[in-house]
Design a binder for this molecule. Structure first.
Ligand code: SF4
Ligand code: SF4
Ligand code: SF4
Length: 327
C-alpha cells in the first residue's frame, strides 16, 4: 500500500527572506521533501491564498515551518490560522525562535520607527507628512493595512510551538536532519530544539589557553591570529553562550560568532550567559583583586554596542524583552 504523503506548509512573517533561501539551499534534498510531502502553502513559491488555508479542515497540514517574528496584525492572524490548521508547528530560524534582527526594533516603539522611516530620514521626500495608518478613508471606501505593533514577538509568544530549528538561517545540515526525522517519524519530544546540545566553542577548532584580556577590539580593528580563540584575542565571540549546529562556520573565516544559534540548553538567557563568560576573562593588566567602579566602567566602556552585541538575536525572547519607553 502506498504511504500517504505528508502535507507541508512554509510561511514567512517579519523576516528577511533568508530562511526561504535556506530551504532551497538543501539542494537535491528538496527531492526527498517532494518524495514524502505535498507542499500545500508556501507564499514565496506557490499561489495559495489565505482563504484557501482558511478552507482547510483543522489539523489538515502535517507540518508547518514558520519563519519570521511577529510584528504586525497580519502576521499574528496567519500564525494563529496556521497553528489551527497544522498538527506540528516548527519555529524555523532565529526570527521565529527568538525575534532575531527584527527584534532589535524593540529598542523603539512603532511611532518612533514610523516617524524615522517616513518623516525624518534624510533620503525621504514626503512633503505632506504621510505616515501609514491601519485604516484610511478614500472616496472608494475604507483601505485597511496590517496594524504595526510596538513590540516584536517571537512565534511562541503568540501561539503554541512544537519544535525550534535555530540559526539565521538554520544550517542546511539541521534542516536535512529535521526532514529525515520527519520522514522516519522520529521527531524528539514536543518543545525540543532540533540542534545539538553543545556550544559553538565545542565545535570550534581554535585553541583556548584560558588567557585574560584587558582590551576589547571590534572585528574591524584587529587582524586575528588564525589558530587562537578570538575571545582570548579580545574580539567578542558569542561562542561560549551559543548553541552549536553550524559547525562553528563563522570561526573558519576569521569572524566571531554573533550568536545566531540561540542560547545553550542550560543557559536560556543568552546575553547574560555571554556577559558572565566575558566577565570571567576580562581584567586589567597586572590583575588585581578588587576593581574600583571606575576600573569596571573603563573596561565595560570598551563594549560599544552592548545590546547589539549580547542580544543581537534574542532581545524579544530575553527577560529584558524591550526598552521601556517614556510616556
Ligand atoms: S532567521 Fe535570519 S535568515 Fe531567517 S528570516 Fe530571520 S533574519 Fe532572515
Ligand atoms: S570563544 Fe569563539 S573563538 Fe573562542 S573557542 Fe569559542 S567559538 Fe572559538
Ligand atoms: S558561528 Fe555563531 S553566528 Fe556563525 S553561524 Fe554559527 S551560531 Fe551563527
Amino acid at each position: 500500500m502506498t504511504k500517504e504523503k505528508l502535507k507541508i506548509a512554509f510561511y514567512w512573517a517579519a523576516s528577511c527572506g533568508g530562511c526561504e533561501i535556506a530551504v532551497l539551499d538543501i539542494n537535491e534534498k528538496i527531492l526527498d521533501v517532494i518524495g514524502i510531502a505535498d507542499i500545500v502553502f508556501w507564499p514565496v513559491a506557490i499561489d495559495v491564498k489565505y482563504k484557501d488555508v482558511e478552507a482547510m479542515p483543522d489539523k489538515y497540514i502535517d507540518i508547518c515551518f514558520f519563519n519570521g517574528s511577529i510584528r504586525n496584525s497580519e502576521q499574528e492572524h496567519v500564525a494563529k490560522l496556521l497553528r489551527k490548521k497544522a498538527k506540528t508547528l516548527v519555529a524555523f530560524g532565529s526570527c521565529a525562535q527568538e525575534g532575531c534582527i527584527p527584534g532589535l526594533a524593540n529598542l523603539h516603539d512603532a511611532k518612533e520607527i514610523l516617524n524615522t522611516v517616513y518623516l525624518k530620514e534624510k533620503s525621504v521626500v514626503n512633503p505632506e507628512g504621510v505616515v501609514p495608518k491601519p485604516e484610511t478613508e478614500v472616496k472608494e471606501g475604507k483601505l485597511e493595512i496590517p496594524h504595526f505593533y510596538d513590540t516584536v514577538r517571537t512565534l511562541d509568544q503568540t501561539v503554541d510551538v512544537d519544535y525550534y530549528l535555530p540559526g539565521c538561517p538554520p544550517p542546511v545540515k539541521l534542516i536535512s536532519n529535521a526532514i529525515d526525522a520527519i520522514a522516519k517519524g522520529e521527531l524528539p519530544p514536543k518543545g525540543s530544539v532540533l540542534a545539538p546540545l553543545k556550544s559553538v566553542c565545542d565545535e570550534c577548532p581554535r585553541k583556548k589557553e584560558n588567557k585574560k584580556i584587558s582590551k576589547i577590539y571590534r572585528v574591524h580593528e584587529k587582524a586575528p591570529e588564525p589558530e587562537k580563540c578570538l575571545l582570548e584575542q579580545g574580539i567578542i565571540c558569542m561562542g561560549p553562550a551559543t548553541r552549536s549546529g553550524c559547525e562553528a562556520q563563522c570561526l573558519t573565516v576569521d569572524m566571531p560568532c554573533t550568536g545566531c544559534g540561540g542560547p545553550c540548553p542550560n543557559a536560556p538567557e543568552q546575553g547574560a550567559a555571554m556577559m558572565s563568560a566575558l566577565a570571567s576573562i576580562l581584567g586589567l593588566e597586572n590583575e588585581q583583586e578588587h576593581y574600583s567602579e571606575e576600573d569596571v566602567e573603563k573596561l565595560m566602556s570598551q563594549i560599544k554596542d552592548p545590546v547589539g552585541t549580547f542580544y543581537m538575536y534574542s532581545l524579544p525572547s530575553s527577560i529584558l524583552r524591550r526598552k521601556v519607553m517614556k510616556q
